[in-house]
Design a protein around this ligand. Structure first.
Ligand SMILES: C[S@@+](CC[C@H](N)C(=O)[O-])C[C@H]1O[C@@H](n2cnc3c(N)ncnc32)[C@H](O)[C@@H]1O
Length: 252
């Protein structure tokens, strides 16, 4: 098992706690999502809406969510659009939880989750109308992940994602190894037309709100989720300094 899979398996096995749910609800109160979405990311309701709009999916289409985590965002977009989703995540624990959520949401055949690397999903080539991703592509080789998106999509298919574009160079930390300051050239050179590439407005304030919500629940989070509480504090403070962007691109 890769180190990154181990890290996320241990995060997800401790994440589903009352205090983490309360943290997410507090952070996203002004821009809400249903409770069951439970992201492990900074996503809010308006971003899910924007992803669904940009993907231009219709009932009967199929799309992929790369780095889907617990599956809530993928399921929200599938429900909103009527399309079917395959979520891909390197954490087997997350994928199992995502499949349970799909069953609870009664999505039947319309939501399937697989444990795989987002750069080598093993899914069929050229058969998807869309690819979405929330705060996950920064964890993989950008050339390989854009190539996999291109391989998965049919011509004219769309990518819609949020990610960070840290200006500091990559480090040896597995969470920072693939940091990229500008995804634009990767998409253009990977066979896409970039339709939208913009900084998410008000991100610094939101990141502060997230970090404040984590701190407000820190004692309970430590009791329920162990080390994850401190990891959330450290990561949320790092995120304050990193531009977070929305990208939509069409496969040529
Ligand atoms: C910050 S979380 C975001 C999860 C989810 N998109 C959400 O919004 O809740 C990043 C996710 O990427 C997954 N991940 C990291 N590296 C991956 C890889 N190489 N292939 C597939 N998934 C990966 C992690 O397991 C984790 O679930």
């Amino acid at each position: 098992m890769s180190e990154i899979a181990r890290v996320f398996d241990s995060i997800y096995s401790a994440l589903d706690s009352a205090s983490y749910r309360a943290t997410v609800q507090e952070y996203s109160r002004e821009d809400s999502m249903p409770d069951w979405v439970l992201p492990f990311s900074a996503v809010r309701g308006s971003e899910l809406e924007k992803i669904a709009t940009q993907l231009r999916l219709r009932a009967g289409d199929e799309f992929v969510d790369l780095g889907c985590g617990l599956g809530g965002a993928a399921i929200w977009v599938a429900e909103r659009t009527g399309a079917a989703v395959i979520g891909v995540d390197i954490s087997a624990h997350a994928v199992k939880q995502a499949q349970l959520l799909a069953t609870r949401r009664e999505l039947g055949e319309r939501a399937r989750f697989v444990a795989a690397d987002m750069t080598q999903t093993g899914l069929p080539e050229g058969s998807f109308a869309g690819v979405m991703s929330v705060d996950a592509v920064l964890l993989a080789d950008p050339v390989a992940v854009v190539a996999e998106m291109h391989r998965l999509l049919r011509p004219g298919g769309t990518v819609a994602l949020t990610t960070f574009e840290p200006k500091e160079p990559p480090t040896d930390d597995p969470l920072e190894k693939w940091h990229v300051g500008d995804y634009g050239p990767y998409f253009r050179e990977g066979g896409f037309r970039v339709e939208v590439h913009e900084e998410i407005a008000g991100w610094r304030d939101r990141a502060s709100a997230f970090s404040a919500a984590v701190r407000a629940h820190a004692d309970q989070l430590r009791a329920e989720s162990g080390d994850i509480a401190d990891m959330l504090i450290i990561e949320s403070e790092k995120e304050l300094t990193r531009p977070r962007v929305f990208i939509a691109a069409t496969r040529l």
